[in-house]
Write a protein that binds this ligand. Structure first.
Ligand code: SIN
Ligand code: CO
Length: 379
């Protein structure tokens, strides 16, 4: 079957010619796609206390932005007051079909994935012209959206606006997307999406973390792991003229001690695995209310296979599995099979599992990170 997702391009061709380089419009990327949930279901999600959501309104040209928490009444009668749009992050944490949709983008490493955001806007709604520090695939669900884009270098924002809106947006290209059409945008490509009618857009977003953020977080990671022996000592102290001055001998001694802070590629990999698999602060896992015994669990896994919870983030490197911010180094055989789980978010029934791998699966099951795959699945 022809791969429609990238408009007939192979993932290799897409990565070579478009990824992080230039926009790509793909008509009927997902043929027959009408969306995964309706406007009311999205608003219901926005009102949950474990969801990040935003409501953007525009009344007579005046932008306003509100974040969660929301009550259903917040969405009553909005259209009478002006244009509006609601945007809900992490929809893949709640809908299995949304996780399946994201899995179609497996040609991009999971370490780059952020989440699936879904927006709903009645006619005229949108969030204004802006740019994101993100790679994003904008898949049109229900309705139609006019996308205008620009590769302009001027990224000056309107000062004082509650959301990031470009001061001078110069449209270079525009298209109206229909259900199933998709637009890929590299980071910093200016864009403006306007709902042509009742419109839902699915944004599959890939993060591009700031080096500053990574470096700061790496230092946080490192602070629990460094071990520098000894204490400051100055048996050769000589009299200083100004007691308030930090003397050169002290500087040198402390400088040498600090230079003993060392890290290697393994520390960087471990940091990345833990940091990038760490759930966002509002995410919680539900441990099973009446957990199976280890033996029953093992039987269920052999019979049904196992599936990651929709909120679980799992990465791997070297011989280490990273799951929801924790690192688990394992033997090679366990690593191979658990990497399958990380890749596909499920393990087939009858998979050959070492005692070590089964033990880990059981502890992750007790944490609510995964469960036996007893859900009936369409083939
Ligand atoms: C939207 O879905 O309305 C906005 C998505 C975006 O511009 O990033
Ligand atoms: Co955007």
């Amino acid at each position: 079957m022809k791969n429609t997702l990238l408009g007939g391009l192979t993932p290799q061709q897409f990565l070579r010619d478009y990824w992080q380089k230039k926009p790509l419009l793909i008509r009927q990327a997902v043929p027959g796609f009408k969306g995964l949930l309706g406007p009311q279901a999205l608003i219901d999600l926005a009102c949950r206390d474990d969801v990040q959501a935003r409501l953007v309104t525009n009344q007579r040209g005046k932008w306003a932005l509100r974040h969660e928490p929301f009550e259903p009444q917040d969405f009553d009668g909005l259209s009478k007051k002006g244009k509006w749009t609601v945007l809900v992050q992490g929809v893949n944490h709640f809908l299995p079909q949304a996780t399946e949709l994201i899995q179609r983008f497996d040609f991009i490493p999971h370490a780059r994935l952020d989440d699936l955001m879904v927006s709903y806007a009645p006619k005229g709604g949108g969030v204004g012209p802006h740019f994101d520090a993100y790679d994003v695939f904008l898949l049109q669900g229900h309705g139609h959206r006019r996308w205008q884009i620009s590769t302009q270098a001027d990224q000056t924002l309107i000062e004082g606006a509650p959301l990031r809106i470009l001061k001078d947006f110069r449209v270079e290209q525009e298209w109206v997307l229909e259900p199933g059409d998709m637009l890929y945008l590299p980071p910093h490509c200016a864009h403006n999406g306007i709902a042509e009618d009742d419109c839902m857009t699915y944004s599959i977003g890939f993060r591009t973390p700031w080096y500053q953020e990574l470096a700061e977080q790496f230092l946080v990671y490192l602070q629990d792991r460094i071990q520098i022996e000894g204490t400051y000592a100055d048996p050769g102290l000589t009299l200083q003229k100004h007691p308030s001055e930090i003397g050169p001998a002290m500087l040198q001694q402390v400088g040498e001690a600090i230079h003993k802070v060392r890290w290697d590629d393994e520390d960087v990999a471990n940091f990345l695995g833990c940091y990038l698999s760490e759930p966002k602060p509002h995410i919680f896992f539900d441990a099973p209310a009446r957990p199976l015994s280890a033996a029953r669990f093992a039987e269920a896994v052999q019979k049904h296979g196992v599936v990651l919870d929709l909120k679980t983030q799992m990465l791997c490197h070297g011989n280490t599995l990273f799951i929801n911010g924790d690192a688990e180094p394992v033997a090679k055989a366990s690593y191979r099979v658990l990497r399958e789980l990380a890749d596909a978010r499920r393990l087939a029934a009858g998979s050959a599992l070492s005692d070590e791998a089964m033990g880990l699966l059981y502890s992750w099951y007790q944490d609510g990170y995964l469960a036996p795959d007893t859900r009936r699945r369409k083939i």
